[in-house]
Design a protein. Sequence first.
Length: 850
Amino acid sequence: MKLSELKVNHVTAPLGFKITPLSFSWKVKDAGEAKRQKWARLCIFCEDNTVFDSGEDTSADSLDYQVDIGLLPRTRYTFSVEVMADNGESAKASSSFETGKMNENWTAKWITPDMDANTAAVLRKTFTVDHTDTARLYICGLGVYEVYINGQKAGKEFLAPGYHSYDFHLQTQVYDVSEYIKDGENTVMVWLADGWFRGRLGFDGGFTNLYGDKCYLIAELYVDNKLLIQTDDSWKSKESPVVFSNIYDGEIYDANVEDRLNSIDGWSGVILEAPEKCGELSDRYSLPIVKKETFNVVSMLNTPKNEDVLDFGQEITGWVEFDCELPKDIQIRLTASEIMQDNCFYNENYRTAKSEFIYRSNGKKAHVRPHFTFYGFRYMKVEYLDSKGSVINRYKEALKKTVFKAYHLRSDFDEIGSVQTGNKKVNKLFLNALWSQKGNFLDVPTDCPQRDERLGWTGDAQVFSETACYNMFMPAFYRKYLWDMRAEQSVLKGSVPNVVPRLKEGMVAEHGSCPWADAGVIIPWNVYLHYGSKTLLKECYPGMKAWVECERTKEEKIEGLHLIKDGFHFADWLSLDNPESGPFGATDPLYIASAYYYKCAKSVSKAAGILGYDEDERKFSKLASDIKEAVQDKYFDKDGLCVCHTQTGAAIAIEYGLIPEQDKDGIEAAALAERVKTNNNHLNTGFVGTSLLCPALTRTGNNEIAVTLLLNEDFPSWLYCVNLGATTIWERWNSVLEDGHINPEGMNSLNHYSYGSIVAWMYKDLCGLRPALPGFKKVVIEPHADKRLGYAKCVLNTSAGIYKSEWKYNEDGSVVYHIEVPFNAEAEFILDGKSQVLLTGTYDFSSATF
Ligand code: BGC
């Protein structure tokens, strides 16, 4: 047996992360005959001292082992974990963590370039070092920054410090820069740009200077644990080669300006000035944004309009890099798009986002990439421009020789799950949802990565969060999103904004819409169910409670039952069941809002129970049962059928446990099945209904209908999009029409993960793997085989270890099941109403003999 994935607060060997309260986790792999953890021992060391020793702890929780010790700032700790199993085998492994500045005061001062605020700047400082063993840079640059020491970029992350609720905190990064510092003279340069902080953000033209109207920098460099330099008025500033950049429009890079950085002349000073409207500096929560997969050009297209377009074969979020050698002042322009129209370049669905990258050559050979922007794209149009910006065709030969590579950028979390079936199109759908997750998790869970939005829409994030937690290891990522959410709630009387981080103007500043705001409870609850961290649940609990309290206070102001009685709600956004055109669904938004109110009150009561907040548990449990009664009174008829006669109406009733007692014969379930059948066996749900529909069908004995919906290939269906060449999930069921044209109704992102929520059903119902205890220490495995798929298998590297659940049809019509249960975990395997408890190990069953 071996120990693996030792983590501190869900991060491997964190450097400078917010790690209080301190919590450790680990996994056992290759367990052999070992089944149970007898005890675990965790020791923490600082230099040569043992600062913590748990001893042989028989109750040690491998998902969330909390340790309450005082930590010192800027200090490296190592730790070891030893696990003893029931069969006498043991294993031991070590890892480390290093604190950031914690609450330590900064000696450094905030500085801003003494230049026109609209000119992006590079800040510089030279310094001398006699000797270095270790060097650490503690830094925050606003809006976004890159640091270079002696010409080498520090660290592997991009777009630091990322996108967070700057009003409430400013996250700092720590870089191990030991390898870049040399004895003698050194130069540090920090490139600053607008980013989300002060660049254009928001649709309909958006807003600028949202969080500040200048760029700022603060930094301290420690060499061998001593403060060597810090930002102060001795720093210098100069115009940046990134002469223009923002998140939506892209970047213009002038290599001639880069040349000037090498000269020691012509530098201006800096001004000591701190960002005014921002929160305090804090250790980081955000995972770094890093490069992940790389894509080559799969075809170089020349269109009927004589456009040269690179096709990378997959819609990704990131940018394109290449080696460039063009005459001085000749420019190359790349423009992003998701789809071709009539074989020509098209990106009108990006709305006002220009999504360009322009590089002006200084006549020298260079490796070229954007710095302070990103693109959601599959295609890039390439053009050459003269010094004045007119398109020229002279460099077609250079184009042919240039090797373009697309790099996917996202927050640095790992993939943990996969589903595969005997149907290739379904497998493609799974991958498309995975790619929509990868493409929309760049520090913030965004609606889309390409047009003039890219915002942390809470509703989209909420409906997709269960799928997200199955596919990837998300606790650290969500920890930061939920921190921001709570911060925003703190000035909205507990209400949750439509987007987090909240934009302070326009409709993106609004809040409290169902089920967008319900993200405040549903996401932390899903995170708890999936990863089993009580520490994180406790951190999130105040925000969960605040949202339900906010709803209660508002609804109680209007006399009557415990229901949501007014307000604007996006509800079943973009569903197809409303005869009136527009994005709103037919299901009564107040029914949906009240059902979510119930769901949230219930989850808060459960969370309170887990955390030992007895009074809250009782209070919210009572509130939940009052809401349920009220919903049943108002929204269900005398037979117990929901009066919202839509697929979504029934799916909510079933999935949220709202079916009244008088519905003894399953009339809601039958009605749901009937509504699908009479709709030509197709769905017509929006954001809300789509995440609940297939689970509701399977749960009520209609898995066959759920699989029919999965396998439909004509509009509206998931495979309709697959057949039309989708490589990610679309915003609308028909964002692309059958003739290949973008839907003229507008609002058509081709990378919008919401309808990808079907993937959670693939894991939890098709393969049947769902948590019975938080963190998958105990699971239910209740697969639902369907001959049309041939087989289905999922592998899930949960916090408790790796599970496998597979089923396959034999030629004789029987089904074989293969199950794997990890060390110290347990599964209840359910088949045709019979069940069996499975401890750690590998199992094979046949439907013929089970
Ligand atoms: C976004 C959505 C979002 C919606 C709410 C859209 O523009 O792209 O996904 O949730 O607005 O109105």
